[in-house]
Ligand binder design. Structure first.
Ligand code: PLP
Length: 429
C-alpha cells in the first residue's frame, strides 16, 4: 500500500498535489512519501514478530543501495532501522543520516583496505565477507589499527533465485559469497586470523524475489551450516538472511509474497537456530514509496504508433532499459481517455524506452505523468548521460514537502571537468 492517490481528479503524494511539486521543483523529479516509507518499515518489522532472535530482536538493516538519499535514510533511522552498506560512500551516508554504527553491516565483494579501515574506525556491527582473500586483508587492516573486526561469511548457497539474471546473486556462476563447498575451510582459516571475531553467517540470493521457495531452500542450508559450524567449534551468534523480497510493479501480475508470509516462513525455518537474525531489505521498504514525476515534451506520431516523449530518460530511471523492468505509467490529471503508445525519453539511444505499446491514460504535450514504484533503484542508479544533470528528489510528509536533493545544474557538471595545461594555452584557430 502506498500514499499516492487521486484526489479531486489529480494525483497527490499524501496531501500534496504532484502538480504543485512540479511547479516548484520542475520535472523530472523523484517524489517520496514519508508515510509510505514508515508504513513499510513497520509492516516489515511486524512481519518478524515472534521470530526467535535473542534478547535484542532482529536487526533490520536497510539496503542503502536501494535509496541512499539522506532524508530517506534519516526517516528509516528514526524508525529504528540500521543499514546494509556496500561502499565507504554508503557507510558515510548512513552515518551522516544518523544510523548508529552498531546497526550497520558491510556487504560487497570488493571492499578496499581503506573502506575496511573506515568501517573499523566507525565500529560497525558486522562485516559480511565474500571471499577468503578478503578475510586475510581485513585481518591485516584490523591488526594494523589494533581493532577486532566482527565477521560473517556470506555464503553462496547455489540456488536459483528465479528472478532477472542481472539481480540473481546466489548461483554458483554469480560473483557473490563463498561457495558453500569451501565455506567450512574458510571459517577454519578465519578463526586462526588475528583481528577477526567470527560471529555469523550471511546469505542474500537476489532481488525482486516473487517466490519464497528459493529463499526457503537457501535459509534451510544456512540452518544446517550453523549446526556444522558450531560442531566445528565456531561461536555463531548471528545469521543475516539478506533482502530480496519483491514488490508489485505490474498490477496484471500475481502479487509477490507479502512481508507477513515471508515472516511466517522465516519463523518456521529459523526456529531453534539460537542466533540474532539480521535482514537487509531494500526494495520492499522504499519501492512503492517513490514516483518519478515527468512532463510530456511532445507526442510524436510514428509510422505505426504514437510515441510519448517525456522529459525523464534512461539516465534518470535506468530499470526499464537495464532490466526490461515494468513501471506503471499514469497521468497526474487523467482525462478518462485511454490510448496505446510507446513512452520514451529524449536520450539518443533506442534503449531509452520506458514502455512499448502500453495502454495508458491519454496524454498530450505539457501533461504531467508519473512512473510508479520508482523509490528503489531509481535516483540511486541515475547518471548524467547526455549531459543531463541529476534529477532532484522531493520528500513529502503529510501537507509538507521539501526538496531533499537539488537538481544538478549544467554549470556544476561542466565545472567538474578541467582542461589540461596544453589545452588551456592553445587557442582554437
Ligand atoms: N543485501 C545485499 C547484499 C544486496 O546485494 C541487496 C540487493 O541486491 C540487498 C540486500 C537488497 O535487496 P532488495 O532491495 O531486493 O531487498
Amino acid at each position: 500500500m502506498d500514499h499516492f492517490e487521486l484526489r479531486d481528479g489529480s494525483l497527490h503524494a499524501e496531501h500534496v498535489p504532484l502538480a504543485a511539486i512540479a511547479d516548484v521543483a520542475g520535472t523530472p523529479t523523484y517524489v517520496y512519501s514519508t508515510a509510505t516509507i514508515e508504513r513499510h518499515a513497520r509492516v516489515f518489522r511486524d512481519a518478524l514478530d515472534g521470530v526467535e532472535s535473542g534478547p535484542e530482536g532482529p536487526l533490520i538493516a536497510f539496503a542503502v543501495k536501494a535509496n541512499p538519499n539522506k532524508a530517506v535514510l534519516a526517516t528509516l533511522a528514526r524508525a529504528g532501522l540500521g543499514a546494509d552498506v556496500v561502499s565507504g560512500g554508503e557507510l558515510a551516508r548512513a552515518r551522516a543520516a544518523g544510523v548508529p554504527a552498531n546497526k550497520i553491516v558491510f556487504s560487497g565483494v570488493g571492499k578496499t583496505a581503506e573502506e575496511m579501515a573506515q568501517a573499523l574506525h566507525e565500529g560497525i556491527f558486522q562485516f559480511n565477507l565474500e571471499s577468503e582473500p578478503e578475510a586475510e586483508m581485513l585481518s591485516q587492516v584490523a591488526v594494523a589499527l589494533g581493532r577486532v573486526a566482527p565477521v560473517a561469511f556470506r555464503v553462496n548457497p547455489d540456488v536459483n533465485a528465479g528472478t532477472h539474471a542481472k539481480i540473481s546473486t546466489g548461483g554458483s556462476e554469480d560473483k557473490f559469497g563463498v561457495p558453500i563447498s569451501r565455506v567450512m575451510a574458510a571459517y577454519a582459516r578465519a578463526a586462526t586470523l588475528p583481528g577477526l571475531k567470527v560471529q555469523g553467517v550471511a546469505v542474500h540470493i537476489g532481488s525482486q524475489l516473487t517466490d519464497l521457495a528459493p529463499s526457503r531452500a537457501a535459509f534451510t542450508r544456512i540452518g544446517a551450516l550453523i549446526g556444522e559450524l558450531r560442531a566445528a567449534g565456531h561461536d555463531i551468534t548471528t545469521a543475516d538472511l539478506g533482502g530480496g523480497l519483491g514488490v508489485p510493479y505490474d498490477s496484471a501480475k500475481p502479487l509477490p509474497p507479502s512481508p507477513a508470509v515471508y515472516g511466517a516462513m522465516v519463523r518456521e525455518v529459523t526456529a531453534g537456530w539460537n542466533v540474532r537474525l539480521l535482514f537487509e531489505p531494500g526494495r520492499v521498504i522504499v519501492g512503492n514509496a517513490g514516483v518519478l514525476l515527468t512532463r510530456v515534451v511532445r507526442v510524436k506520431q510514428g509510422e505505426t504508433q504514437p510515441f510519448v516523449i517525456v522529459d525523464a530518460a534512461m539516465n534518470d530511471l535506468l530499470r526499464p532499459s537495464l532490466y526490461d523492468a515494468w513501471h506503471e505509467i499514469r497521468a497526474v490529471t487523467p482525462s478518462g481517455e485511454r490510448f496505446t503508445a510507446t513512452i520514451v525519453g529524449p536520450i539518443c539511444e533506442s534503449g531509452d524506452t520506458f514502455a512499448k505499446r502500453r495502454e495508458m491514460d491519454e496524454v498530450k504535450a505539457g501533461d504531467l505523468v508519473v512512473f510508479l514504484t520508482a523509490g528503489a533503484y531509481g535516483a540511486t542508479m541515475a547518471s548524467t548521460y547526455n549531459s543531463r544533470g541529476l534529477t532532484p528528489e522531493v520528500m513529502v510528509s503529510g501537507h509538507d514537502w521539501a526538496i531533499v536533493r537539488a537538481r544538478q545544474t549544467i554549470e556544476s557538471l561542466i565545472s567538474a571537468d578541467s582542461l589540461p595545461e596544453w589545452l588551456e594555452k592553445e587557442t582554437v584557430a
